[in-house]
Design a protein around this ligand. Structure first.
Ligand code: ADP
Length: 246
């Protein structure tokens, strides 16, 4: 499969401290990837570089068929180019229904000029129904989002991002605070989402990562420590040392 995002030799320092150190990373179209690593490994900073929130001191970040440099694009331009990001805390509109939240996301996806003129048609309603099915909230379409469980709110937010049809979706610790059943369902949603787009999941929970059943990148001190299947990385001596602090 062709490469969608390529990060090469990227470094970032904060006040002389190298948070990201000569990091290289590639993800293909429609690939699902887990990024793990201990606290302070550089996972958040790495995601911030991809979305344009943090600019590296050196290195390259290229994206898409033509290998456009993300470093010369603004954060909003990067989002428009199809890079979506889900932060840990859900930010759904609690007093609105699930359907309204999804519709709002769809409206947003049409661009700033269509917001006022947006009148959802049958196709849009069908899209919302399909999205709700994908995130397991078909039965809750008309419920107020504020009444949903923490896990359901997370799914709704994933649905809102999917409504914007990202080509690369970055998801930050989706399993945090979820029940085991919710976690299981979340892996299903993410695996399904990666059938039509690339998905990078930053996660601490190893069982969750195992269930994602995808290639894993282990970050440590701002660099890639190991990369491969979950079985490969969890048996890797360097990874064991870092996680067990030997
Ligand atoms: P992770 O997400 O893996 O926990 P981070 O990317 O948040 O790691 O942080 C990597 C390192 O960079 C940490 O040591 C953190 O303290 C440092 N760091 C991150 N952001 C800043 C910042 N804005 N200013 C100074 N240090 C930072």
């Amino acid at each position: 499969m062709s490469t969608l995002l390529e990060v090469s030799g990227v470094s970032v320092s904060f006040d002389g401290f190298k948070a990201i150190n000569n990091l290289s990373f590639q993800i293909a179209e429609r690939e699902l990837r887990a990024v793990i690593g201990p606290n302070g490994a550089g996972k958040t900073t790495f995601m911030d570089i991809i979305t344009g929130k943090t600019r590296p001191d050196e290195g390259r970040v290229t994206y898409g068929d033509k290998g456009a440099s993300l470093l010369s694009m603004s954060e909003s331009r990067i989002a428009q180019a199809g890079v979506g990001r889900k932060f840990q805390r859900p930010t759904v509109f609690e007093d609105q229904s699930v359907a309204d939240n999804l519709m709002m996301a769809l409206k947003k996806a049409r661009g700033p000029f269509s917001v006022l003129a947006f009148r959802p048609d049958e196709e849009d309603h069908a899209k919302i129904a399909k999205l709700a099915e994908e995130i397991g909230l078909s039965g809750a379409l008309h419920r107020k989002s504020g009444e949903l469980s923490h896990g359901q709110k997370q799914w709704l937010e994933i649905g809102m991002l999917l409504a914007q049809e990202p080509r690369l979706l970055l998801v930050d610790e989706p399993a945090a605070g979820m029940t085991p059943t919710e976690r299981e369902h979340t892996t299903d949603i993410l695996r399904e989402a990666a059938r039509t787009r690339a998905v990078v999941v930053v996660e601490h929970d190893m069982e969750f990562v195992r269930r994602l059943n995808c290639k894993v990148t282990v970050l440590h001190e701002g660099s890639v420590l190991a990369e491969g299947s979950i079985d490969y990385v969890t048996k890797n001596e360097k990874v064991i040392d870092v996680y067990l602090g030997r």
